[in-house]
Design a protein around this ligand. Structure first.
Ligand code: ADP
Ligand code: MG
Length: 720
């Protein structure tokens, strides 16, 4: 057998467990021990200083230098007590991963450990190599990071990490966090106005997020033998194993021991960091798993998800495993997503997506549900663009994944409530709850749960007391889609308030005004609601009839960032200015091009250096065999047929790899980045990836297993 594959298999098969000892049998004993959060601040800061920090967290007010100095001093003492030597600003540039640059507390000149308030509040990382989409010209390469006190400081790998935003010197956002924080303000402003129609006490609305994270795990040695996995995160070749997920025995099955040890281990580390992970289970595909935390305020939840991914990657190393966050690491089995469970919660403790026993509250509940449905309808293309990436393209629209069509699933109970309201909504104001009864909204069960509510094929589903955006890619930073969701719902809530005011000004009673506007919105957004099987072909056809977009490829989906409507939307809510929108569009296109380019190169290399030479070796064996048979006067047609078959695949493989390289060369000269990205999508990826894969996967079936150099699907997916 090809030596690398063989030795990797031997290593993988001989692995022992890495046992894990939790610091205590009770998680509460160590939960948050590596976090300098509100509790620690309260304990270590003077009350007046603590009050100022809390104001900064609640109201976004600026922290003055004296306060910063006090906090830094307390943080330093805490960090040193935990044997921490370095600190860093921790931020989320548009590369998709997190960034850090470590500085020592130790000041050699002074001979002591130091940490100044100014170092806590602001840093100037030499950031010229982060993506900026033309915002930063090379002569002004400076950017700065600024402390985000609303997300707690933590210790990771003996380094104190300070969550920060990352902006250019001219103030434009160069990261994911800045627009997310601004979108939280936008939806807060819009949602509070609407809440005030129902309850004057509501002063603040905060979006919440719980991210269910799917991932694959394979043995580290097997991972290392696959250049495609190493370079691009997915297998560009590989024939499906005889047994895939058709037995449906993996989902919720017992977790393989080594993976279980790994889970226990990263959960311990996550708990130390205050990440409230609570759920673990197998996912649908062999080798696929899921972790989910309890939901948190959206900014914290995003930070925690980014941190968790980083953590999982590091802890996997200890167990000789590799975590794959790519959306589609293996063709033919399920891909991975990041289900973003989103809701809006008031400072009075009400989840605005929680139906209740009170009819009045249900009118408020429906207002928010209908506004969200309308937002998805009005801005479906923008929502689609928010989850677009080269890697997610392999999952969206693939057989088992959410389709690239944005639709909303509400479940049978809510659907009938909305239908009733649309039909019978023309009511007069009556005493007590009569009006609500006539509207059919007096009794919405507090917990909406029936079997249809478990529709897993919808990209955007109402799940009882929250919406679940399932089309987000497993490797994505959730900030992108969550920023868009916050903004589009804010936009609809704003227009809703205006429309209600208009009705009221024309003499309508408030409740009637609200109902009238809701009815209008239900009608206008009806087309985006779909309760059936989102993975079926019929739905794609039906969606086309309804004129819903089905943008399967990223560079085309991203066109919406060009639209004035998009640019205006972001500006109007103070989330991104036109320059920032333009820059983000460029960065996403650039990213797409690079990803496709890398995959295309990996394919070429593997085909030319691994697959073709191996097939020729085996072909020579067959030729020997054919000659031998002939010498004995025996029938050698079978051998000759196989020789011919191999030749056919080799020819088409060589031809396609050559042509694909030519297509890349041509496109690399294209100046217009939109055209270049689309070209890479259509003329490189669509034109060649499947064809090349087809030949290689056929050869894998023909060539003697002993010869085959690439670790096979069955080996990666089933050896644990
Ligand atoms: P499933 O979707 O598999 O039924 P759960 O209902 O347990 O799983 O929820 C999945 C995720 O949704 C968890 O992270 C959970 O904390 C989160 N979640 C629950 N309620 C809310 C909410 N009101 N807002 C945001 N996320 C929520
Ligand atoms: Mg879910």
């Amino acid at each position: 057998m090809a030596t690398l594959r063989q030795s990797a298999l031997l290593i993988a098969q001989g692995r022992q467990r890495t046992f894990v000892n939790p610091p205590s049998s009770k998680i509460s004993d160590f939960f948050g021990s590596h976090v300098f959060g509100i509790k620690q601040m309260k304990e270590s800061l003077a009350p007046s200083v603590f009050k100022k920090v809390m104001e900064a967290i609640d109201k976004g007010s600026k922290i003055d230098p004296a306060t910063a100095e006090e906090v830094a001093s307390a943080v330093r003492v805490w960090a040193l007590s935990k044997s921490v030597t370095h600190y860093t600003h921790w931020f989320q540039p548009l590369t998709g991963s997190t960034a850090e640059k470590h500085d020592a507390f130790f000041d050699a000149h002074a001979g002591i450990e130091k940490f100044k308030g100014s170092a806590l509040v602001q840093q100037e990382p030499d950031a010229s190599s982060f993506p900026h989409g033309g915002i930063r010209s090379t002569f002004e390469a400076r950017g700065y990071t600024a402390w985000d006190p609303s997300s707690p400081i933590f210790i990771f790998d003996k380094t104190l990490c300070i969550p920060t935003i990352f902006v250019s010197f001219t103030g434009e956002a160069l990261d994911y966090k800045t627009p997310l924080l601004k979108s939280m303000e936008a939806i807060n402003a819009a949602a509070v106005e609407v809440c005030q129609l129902f309850d004057r006490n509501v002063k603040k609305v905060i979006p919440s997020l719980g991210v269910e994270q799917e991932y694959f795990v394979i043995d580290k040695a097997l991972f290392a033998t696959r250049p495609d996995l190493v370079m691009s995160g997915r297998t560009v070749f590989g024939h499906n194993p005889a047994r895939g997920q058709q037995l449906e025995d993996h989902y919720f099955g017992s977790i393989p021991t080594r993976v279980k040890d790994f889970m226990v281990d990263f959960e311990i580390e996550a708990h130390k960091l205050g990440i409230p992970v609570s759920t673990r289970h197998n996912e649908v595909a062999p080798g696929q798993f899921e972790v989910a935390p309890l939901f948190e305020e959206i900014n914290k939840a995003v930070d925690h998800n980014q941190l968790l991914m980083d953590l999982m990657d590091k802890v996997a190393e200890k167990h000789s495993l590799k975590v794959l966050f790519h959306e589609k690491p293996f063709a033919g089995v399920n891909g991975s997503g990041k289900h973003n469970n989103w809701s809006l919660i008031t400072d009075t403790g009400v989840n605005l997506f929680q139906p209740s026993n009170s009819a009045r509250e249900n009118l408020q509940f429906l207002t928010f549900v209908i506004a969200t449905v309308k937002a998805v309808y009005d801005y479906a293309d923008l929502l689609r663009a928010s989850i677009a990436s080269a890697s997610n393209d392999f999952r969206l629209g693939a057989n088992e994944a959410p389709p690239a069509i944005m639709s909303v699933f509400l479940g049978s109970t809510l659907t009938s409530v909305l239908d009733e309201l649309e039909k019978n909504g023309n009511v007069k104001i009556e005493k007590g709850d009569n009006m609500y009864m006539k509207l059919g909204i007096s009794k919405i069960p507090e917990i909406i749960l029936d079997n249809t509510d478990r529709n897993r094929t919808s990209p955007f589903a109402f799940t009882g007391n929250k919406f679940e955006f399932r089309a987000v890619g497993s490797s994505a930073n959730s900030s992108g889609p969550m920023t868009v969701l916050n903004v589009i719902v804010a936009e609809v809530l704003k227009s809703l308030t205006k429309d209600i005011e208009k009705e009221i000004n024309s003499g309508k009673e408030k409740k009637i005004a609200i109902v009238n506007v809701l009815r209008k919105y239900i009608k206008e957004s009806k087309k985006v609601r779909f309760e059936g099987d989102g993975y079926s072909e019929e739905w794609a056809l039906e969606a086309e009839k309804r004129k819903l977009s089905n943008l399967k490829s990223t560079p085309f989906a991203l066109d919406v960032y060009h639209d004035k409507r998009t640019v205006d939307l972001f500006s109007r809510h103070g989330v991104l200015n036109p320059v920032e929108v333009h820059a983000r569009h460029e960065i996403m296109l650039e990213n797409y091009i690079k990803k496709v380019q890398i995959e295309s190169r990996v394919m070429g290399d593997l085909a030319l250096n691994h697959v073709i030479p191996t097939a020729i070796l085996y072909q020579n064996k067959l030729i020997e065999n054919a000659n031998g048979l002939k010498g004995l006067g025996l029938d050698n047609t079978a051998a000759i047929e196989t020789v011919k078959e191999i030749s056919r695949h080799l020819e088409s493989l060589k031809k396609n790899v050559y042509e694909m390289t030519e297509a890349r060369k041509k496109l690399n000269k294209e100046e217009d980045i939109v055209k270049r990205a689309k070209g890479y999508g259509v003329e490189v990826k669509d034109a060649y990836f499947d064809k090349i894969r087809y030949s290689v996967d056929k050869l894998e079936l023909v060539v003697d297993d002993e010869f085959w150099p690439l670790v096979k699907y069955r080996e990666m997916l089933f050896i644990k």
